[in-house]
Design a protein around this ligand. Structure first.
Ligand SMILES: NC(=O)C1=CN([C@@H]2O[C@H](COP(=O)(O)OP(=O)(O)OC[C@H]3O[C@@H](n4cnc5c(N)ncnc54)[C@H](OP(=O)(O)O)[C@@H]3O)[C@@H](O)[C@H]2O)[C@H](O)CC1
Ligand SMILES: [K+]
Length: 511
């Protein structure tokens, strides 16, 4: 699903109004009716007080229409206009009048007003600012936002949490609504998925407000949200007349004394994801444990007992996954550097492999084209240097991926895969997966997908989705805390099955 910028949303708005020959207030009515229907379906007339805080632009206009619809259906409401500017929008004014016509009189909150009382049992509708926010809210508006956040009431934000800009981090982190739920119009917004801004969005859901499908289809979005719909077409079915050679020979290189488990997890995941053959290359000390832990995996060893010091490959693997538990010793870095020069096929590079690259930037030019790098935020910072905010991070990361012709997988609550000038935002996974070895499993999985012939970008997108899904299945069975990397690995098969035939009620794309 495409993620639009604010400008693209305004363009789609304008196009819809012109093509469907409707006036803008009709579109607003449509949007707010969807809001009302959502609320009404859940509350069914419950006698709870709903306090609506409405700005003076179109986000506030949506709030005005919603207030009228709630009033007409017998709900107890209080409407506050947050009077932060004299530049009231046309459709806000129109709907303010319509609200008065049904005898609802909003109170106007200005700089000098007392803050209204909000009970924890109230429902707050937040329609102060939408996607039009373009500068810091005034101090008094920020205070009102803090007051709402402190109320403990359920806060339902219209379109976006007020105070959250669409293209940067907030100016003041406490002057943003902490939404319990966001009902967002038509398309997801990138800020919902980034660590600094996603924290204001507890849960979100999209409402189809009827923007014209022609413009939605033809708009080229930089970022896409990846759900099952996007994953299914990438799947490469196993063929009846195939053999293990059809699905590639992967090589997993890593480990050092005390960190052989990382290689075990990665190679097991690689195999479980479907790689035809898997050979690992580890320091001598890893031989026994690997041979006895995973009989399906072949083991080659370095001449060094404790660290990788010289990588010699008796065959040319289809893909190499490298870096887990490998350490950053000089001899290891040198062996890795030589391998980079030798290999033509894409590699999947993780953990200390990335740290070695960060310490030796000259090696970057030797990374085989289309390789996949899987940094967590700290490793990414070592590669890119510091960034100002999440948006700056994405720009720097995109430039890095373009410059080195690699697929960059930025791991996080919503892992983002960057390639060329495009980004893919993952929707699966859960906090239980922040656990030792989870990244090793991912590296093995992506390696296994490349081995089977998935293009590197597709291998990364699919692998990340499947990894999150396997983790979600684990968490649904035993809770977040007990999720372990080896358990994620065990659920890879179930993950595939869920992608191919989903459970009846599917809501994985919700926040
Ligand atoms: N297609 C859709 O998705 C539809 C969305 N709708 C709703 O419309 C809003 C966007 O409405 P808009 O009027 O453009 O913007 P806001 O309501 O967010 O803000 C109103 C104006 O406030 C000014 N502004 C910006 N920042 C500040 C600030 N910090 N302090 C004071 N004022 C500020 C700005 O105007 P300026 O000219 O002063 O810069 C804003 O324009 C969208 O989110 C949806 O809720 C439609 O209802 C239906 C279609
Ligand atoms: K809002």
């Amino acid at each position: 699903m495409k993620i639009f910028s604010a400008q693209q949303i305004y363009d789609a708005d304008k196009f819809t109004i012109e093509k469907q020959q409707i006036s803008s207030d009709v579109l607003m009515e449509q949007a707010a009716t969807k809001l009302f229907e959502w609320i009404h379906a859940r509350l069914r007339g419950t006698k709870v007080q709903i306090q609506l805080f409405c700005g003076i632009g179109n986000n506030g206009g949506d709030g005005m229409v919603l207030a009228r619809l709630l009033h007409e259906h017998g709900y107890t409401i209080k409407v506050h206009v947050v009077n932060y500017s004299d530049k009231r929008s046309k459709d806000f004014l129109l709907n303010l009048e319509r609200l008065k016509e049904v005898k609802v009189w909003p109170d106007f909150i200005n700089e000098d007003s007392d803050l209204p009382e909000i009970s924890p049992n109230d429902i707050v509708v937040d329609a102060i600012f939408g996607i039009g926010l373009n500068r810091p809210p005034d101090g008094w508006v920020g205070n009102l936002i803090q007051h709402i956040n402190a109320s403990q009431a359920f806060v339902l934000s219209v379109d976006v949490p007020s105070g959250l800009p669409m293209d940067r981090s907030p100016w003041n982190p406490v002057h943003v609504i902490e939404a319990s739920y966001v009902l967002s119009f038509q398309v997801p917004k990138l800020v919902f998925f980034l660590p600094e801004t996603g924290v204001y969005v507890n849960e979100w859901e999209l409402l189809d407000i009827g923007l014209d499908t022609e413009i939605l289809d033809r708009t080229d979005a930089t970022y896409q949200l990846v759900g099952r719909q996007e994953i299914l077409p990438l799947y490469r079915p196993r063929l009846k007349f195939s053999h293990k050679g059809t699905y590639g020979h992967s090589m997993i290189i890593g480990g050092s004394y005390g960190k052989i488990g990382a290689v075990q997890l990665a190679s097991n995941a690689c195999l479980t994801t479907g790689s035809g053959l898997v050979t690992v290359f580890v320091p001598e000390c890893g031989y026994q444990s690997l041979q006895s832990a995973i009989p399906e995996v072949m083991v080659l060893t370095d001449e060094d007992e404790r660290n990788i010091s010289k990588i010699t490959l008796p065959f040319v693997p289809d893909v190499i996954g490298i870096g887990m538990g490998i350490g950053t010793e000089e001899k290891t870095a040198k062996a890795f550097g030589n391998l980079l020069k030798e290999m033509k096929a894409p590699m999947v590079i993780d953990a200390d492999g990335l740290n070695i690259l960060a310490k030796n930037p000259k090696m970057l030019k030797d990374i085989p084209k289309n390789s996949i790098l899987t940094p967590h935020p700290k490793e990414l910072e070592r590669l890119l240097g510091k960034w100002n905010d999440d948006f700056d991070k994405l720009e720097k990361a995109k430039a890095f991926a373009l410059q080195h012709d690699v697929v960059l997988v930025i791991k996080g609550a919503h892992t983002i895969i960057l390639y060329g000038d495009k980004g893919f935002v993952n929707t699966t996974g859960n906090p239980g997966m922040a656990t030792a070895g989870s990244g090793d499993v991912l590296t093995g999985m992506i390696t296994g997908m490349v081995a089977q012939g998935y293009e590197p970008l597709h291998a990364a997108i699919f692998g990340v989705y499947l990894h999150g899904l396997a983790g979600d299945i684990c968490a649904s069975q035993q809770g977040y805390e007990a999720v372990k990397a080896s358990e994620i690995c065990k659920m890879i098969g179930r993950g595939f099955m869920e992608i191919l035939s989903p459970p009846e009620v599917e809501d994985r794309e919700k926040g």
